[in-house]
Write a protein that binds this ligand. Structure first.
Ligand SMILES: Nc1ncnc2c1ncn2[C@@H]1O[C@H](COP(=O)(O)OP(=O)(O)OP(=O)(O)O)[C@@H](O)[C@H]1O
Ligand SMILES: [Mg+2]
Length: 426
């Protein structure tokens, strides 16, 4: 089948968020989406894609076969007028880079993309570059975790080697029994977004880090870091480290900011990253920033929107410009702050949601999104998919916006009845 002349942009991995961004910027029938057949089916992607005017076609392709990126290159013909290839999801980062390389448009670079899609590879590269990080090891089961704990201390973290959304990530205390807990990590499956390939079942154990958590978002043009931002984050204090809030900009001392930017530049360079965006997560320890992980795609959790609210302009537009072969995007100063606070709720069946109206009238409120309704079942929060909604607020700076967001969120109450008791009564 020959591809239409109207296609100028290729999105690797189906993503409603990316399509909404592209819809505002691109003409009709300009976007080709590539996705695994199982994901197309699980996410009813044809039905959803049909709502976007900018979509020209949605094709099945082996976009998640990260061990064999040559397969996707062989499977998809180069659209004659292609200008840019971008990953729509975490699992499309390697294929997007391979296609960009093959088609001669700006991309991450295949080798770099593989580094940022594989937590073990990332740790190896970061370690060689002298970037501070916890001790770590690749493991395939609880016995190996136990061996690691006996050498590096019993407080540790176990996680899948290449997943997202904190799925399967567990923070272990010294007394926790890894044999009892292992199945939660090993059983974590992103079945809606992830195709099954043999290399998916890989795990890491890491020393547990303690301290404030931040992420750094940068735009990179031909290997040079330009626009940059630091986001502060709050994480659920539990075995499952689900992200609860983000604040832009973080409002850190200048020396800490410099140390973070320096570490990100070093990491981009060590990985050989060429063009795109990096979202790098760090924990601030005694000696400075320690690397948690780094993704080569736009961050989730509405962080791009927070950056746009705080700095003006559009991060998605700027990224698109770089991937289309435009010039670099330089650093700029924030004009104010923006913050998101996720709504939490006890597990159970939702009886009612209170306070939405009061929340919408609060100082600095930008948006309120309640993701649950009466009758819905709320499961215990173990990954980002299980949060009950979010609010976004702005403020004079990051911390002011965070205080406003906290106030907005505090006005909303998700009232649940005990799910287990409810089941029993029926
Ligand atoms: N070594 C560590 N020490 C302490 N906390 C950690 C460590 N590794 C991970 N965490 C915590 O677990 C969270 C999730 O881990 P990680 O970022 O590796 O997984 P992920 O599934 O890729 O997450 P996401 O997609 O939500 O960013 C981190 O944001 C951090 O709060
Ligand atoms: Mg992470």
């Amino acid at each position: 089948m020959s591809l239409s002349d109207s296609i100028t942009h290729v999105l690797v991995g189906f993503s409603v968020g990316s399509l909404s961004d592209l819809e505002e910027r691109l003409p009709e029938r300009s976007v080709l989406i590539l996705e695994e057949s199982s994901v197309i089916e699980a996410r009813r992607a044809h039905e959803q894609a049909a709502k976007f005017r900018c979509v020209a076609a949605l094709l099945e392709a082996p976009t998640q076969d990260e061990e064999h990126p040559e397969r996707v290159v062989a499977a998809v013909q180069r659209p004659p007028r292609v200008q840019a290839v971008m990953p729509g999801v975490e699992y499309g980062v390697v294929s997007a880079a391979a296609l960009a390389d093959a088609w001669g448009v700006p991309g991450a670079g295949l080798a770099a993309a593989r580094v940022f899609r594989d937590k073990a590879r990332l740790r190896a590269v970061a370690g060689a570059a002298g970037i501070a990080q916890p001790a770590w090891a690749e493991v395939s089961g609880p016995d190996e975790v136990e061996r690691f704990r006996s050498v590096h201390g019993r407080a540790c973290v176990i996680k899948p080697g290449n997943s997202q959304a904190s799925l399967g990530v567990q923070l272990l205390e010294p007394d926790d029994d890894v044999h009892a807990l292992w199945s939660h990590t090993a059983g974590a499956r992103d079945t809606r977004q992830r195709a099954r390939y043999a290399d998916a079942d890989r795990y890491l154990v890491e020393q547990r880090l303690y301290g404030p958590e931040v992420s750094v978002e940068v735009l990179v043009h031909q290997g040079v870091v330009g626009f940059r931002n630091i986001t502060a984050k709050t994480v659920l204090q539990s075995r499952y480290p689900v992200e609860l809030a983000h604040t832009v900009p973080a409002g850190l001392p200048a020396a800490t900011e410099e140390a973070l930017y320096r570490a990100v530049r070093l990491l981009a360079e060590a990985a050989g990253f060429r063009n795109g965006v990096l979202h790098a997560e760090w924990i601030l320890g005694d000696g400075g920033p320690y690397l948690v992980e780094c993704a080569a795609r736009l961050p989730g959790d509405n962080i791009p929107q927070l950056i746009d609210l705080a700095y003006g302009g559009s991060l998605a537009d700027d990224l698109l410009g770089i991937l289309e072969g435009g010039g670099p995007v330089g650093p700029r100063d924030p004009l104010g702050g923006a913050a998101i606070r996720f709504l939490s709720s006890p597990p159970g069946v939702v009886a009612e949601v209170l306070g939405e109206e009061k929340a919408r009238a609060a100082k600095g409120v930008h948006s309120v999104h309640v993701g649950v309704a009466p009758g819905d079942t709320v499961r215990p929060t173990t990954s980002s998919w299980e949060r009950a909604g979010h609010v976004i607020a702005t403020g004079a700076d990051g911390p002011d916006a965070a205080a406003n967001a906290e106030d907005v969120a505090g006005r909303i109450a998700v009232v649940c009845t005990d799910g287990a008791a409810e089941e029993e009564r029926r």
